[in-house]
Write a new protein. Structure first.
Ligand code: FMN
Length: 318
């Protein structure tokens, strides 16, 4: 079920792709808080997708996740083309290409941010996907390698190769996650580019995203959504104010995860989310430690029962 970025309602609000976070369970949970938010998969290797059943399984999705976009990384145009054809058959809304990941092992093999320094290959990947299937191709990238001077030329080349949307995280490769995201070069880019542009970096809430986006077509929320799926709720003050309310979302999330993964693995993977859910909750120091290291599901669920009845203060979401 391919979708056209140009046809989507503005602002386009997206759950940013996050490895280890935006799996199908989390995406389904986010969908329950907002029926329009655009969902992205975790980044997934195009070569791995072709080679491994397990990697393909990482991109499975439920019907209610639509619009659901898959983000692929890699550097071999032919692998992207083949993976995209299969994903079109599977019914995803579109293909996004990762050209922003700064992880050393990704960049060293010319994937992710590495493609910002190999414009020719970056364009051949976009062309390969656009030519292989009827899905639109977007690219998620950064401001540049050390500064944003090359952003416009890079984006123009990608659009020339067939990209239908450019999403920009307002930091350079060099910065990784340091410093504040700079949205000014993204606003400049939008003024000169014919396709929709999304901004990303440090958005804390829907209102904050709307304030930051200015002339852009929309924005992505990443870290502020970890342990905070209600950030996407259209009502500004939707965050549960009681511990019981928060625990009920934690339980819902955990049970969605258990449907997709075996339980011991779900318990360990859930810790990444749990630390987010417990952010801003004070006076539960010992319980936080116990929850994060619960040896088995029984112990974890008993601790959740105890947490539920806790009157711990929760910091107001911004
Ligand atoms: C745990 C984690 C995993 C991430 N994984 C991906 C990924 O798979 N693909 C991607 O394009 N960006 C990834 N990112 C970057 C985010 O999508 C986003 O660009 C970045 O976090 C800045 O946005 P934020 O300030 O809203 O978090 C990841 C970020 C985090 C914190």
């Amino acid at each position: 079920m391919g979708m056209k970025w140009a046809d989507m309602l503005r602002p386009i609000v997206c759950l940013a792709p996050m490895d280890g976070i935006t799996d199908s369970a989390y995406r389904q949970l986010v969908r329950r808080f907002n029926r329009d938010v655009v969902l992205f998969s975790e980044f997934t290797s195009a070569d791995g997708f072709l080679r491994s059943e397990k990697v393909r399984g990482r991109l499975d999705f439920a019907a209610e996740e639509h619009p659901y976009f898959v983000q692929l990384f890699g550097n071999n145009p032919a692998s992207f083309a083949e993976a995209s054809r299969a994903l079109e058959q599977a019914g995803v809304a579109g293909i996004d290409i990762n050209m922003g990941c700064p992880a050393k092992k990704i960049v060293a093999s010319q994937h992710g941010s590495g493609l910002m320094r190999d414009v020719d290959r970056a364009c051949r990947i976009v062309e390969a996907v656009a030519g292989a299937c009827g899905l639109e191709v977007s690219v998620k990238t950064r401001l540049g390698w050390t500064d944003s001077t090359g952003l416009l030329d890079f984006a123009r080349a990608l659009v020339g190769a067939g990209a239908s949307l450019i999403a920009v995280h307002g930091r350079t490769y060099d910065q990784a996650f340091k410093g504040a995201a700079d949205w000014a070069p993204i606003h400049d880019l939008k003024r000169q580019l014919a396709v929709p542009v999304l901004g990303n970096g440090d958005v804390e809430s829907l209102a904050d995203g709307r304030a930051k986006m200015g002339n852009l077509d929309g924005f992505m929320i990443g870290r502020a959504a970890i342990g905070n799926p209600w950030v996407f709720h259209p009502a500004a003050s939707a965050a549960p104010l009681t511990m019981a309310g928060r625990v009920s979302v934690i339980r819902e999330h955990y049970s969605l995860m258990c449907r997709l993964k075996d339980r011991p693995r779900a318990l360990v993977e859930f810790r990444k989310h749990l630390s987010g859910y417990l952010r801003g909750v004070s006076h539960i120091k010992s319980m936080r430690g116990a929850l994060m290291t619960a040896p088995d599901e029984g112990a974890f669920l008993r601790l959740l029962d105890a947490l539920e009845s806790c009157e711990a203060p929760i910091a107001q979401a911004s």
